[in-house]
Ligand binder design. Structure first.
Ligand code: DX5
Ligand code: ZN
Length: 219
């Protein structure tokens, strides 16, 4: 099995010093920088857009994992790609045709991801595995950092792992929302490959490297 990846979500970081934050996060051993984009429409909250992604880009060399929680995401793919996104994830609930959305992302030279809201069945991803690079299983309702993990998402992660394995394609399984030292072990057992964590990395009292290491190798 390949090494577990940790993707700290900068939503929980100090926005006034994002350049420094992503640099420190890379130095602390993170694998991706997870960037939560919210438009005040697909979700009530409003966060950051392409200019901020472009501002962060020169401060780190690890991949920028851009999670688009926005309506009609296809209209902005090229802008996020040009800003420096390395992975672009759209929500299955926000696009009409998943296969063409994935194609559109890849056409822009970035890795493609699809996210599933907690209520969206994993079956919607059937038939997309060949082109897909990353499947994101939301473990809270998208919209805010610092929420409580939804316990039923454990089963869903397992189901998604089975779907990926059955397909035989190399799709990363990312989990996002309410993840911390107490639930990460079970997520890893259920087959998660990429762990997103906001509060458990930037909101903890420990150093960034300790937080990242604990998520990668929980006790
Ligand atoms: C939720 C976002 C998450 C969130 C994770 O809508 O997609 O990435 O920032 O933050 P924590 O780890 O605090 O739940
Ligand atoms: Zn996210």
């Amino acid at each position: 099995m390949s090494r577990i990846k940790i993707a700290p979500s900068i939503l929980a970081a100090d926005f006034s010093r994002l350049g420094q934050v992503v640099k420190e996060t890379e130095e602390a051993g993170a694998d991706y920088i997870h960037i939560d984009v919210m438009d005040g429409h697909f979700v009530p909250n409003f966060t950051i857009g392409p200019p901020v992604v472009a501002a962060i880009k020169p401060h780190t060399s690890i991949p920028l994992d851009v999670h688009l929680m926005i309506s009609e995401p296809l209209r902005l793919i090229s802008e996020f790609a040009a800003a420096g996104a390395d992975i672009i994830t759209v929500h299955a609930e926000a696009v009409q045709d998943l296969k063409s959305a994935i194609k559109e992302i890849k056409k822009n030279g970035v890795r493609s991801g699809v996210a599933l809201h907690p209520e969206t069945p994993v079956a919607v991803l059937e038939g997309t595995m060949e082109e897909l690079d990353l499947a994101l299983c939301m473990t809270v309702n998208p919209g805010y950092g610092g929420q409580t993990f939804i316990p039923s998402s454990m089963d869903k992660v397992r189901e998604l792992r089975e779907l990926i394995n059955r397909s035989g394609f190399n799709v990363e399984l990312e989990v996002d929302g309410g993840i911390n030292d107490s639930n990460v072990s079970e997520l890893l057992l259920n087959g998660a490959d990429v762990i997103v964590a906001g509060s458990a990395v930037y909101g903890a009292k420990k150093s960034l490297s300790e937080c990242i290491e604990r998520l990668r190798n929980p006790e």
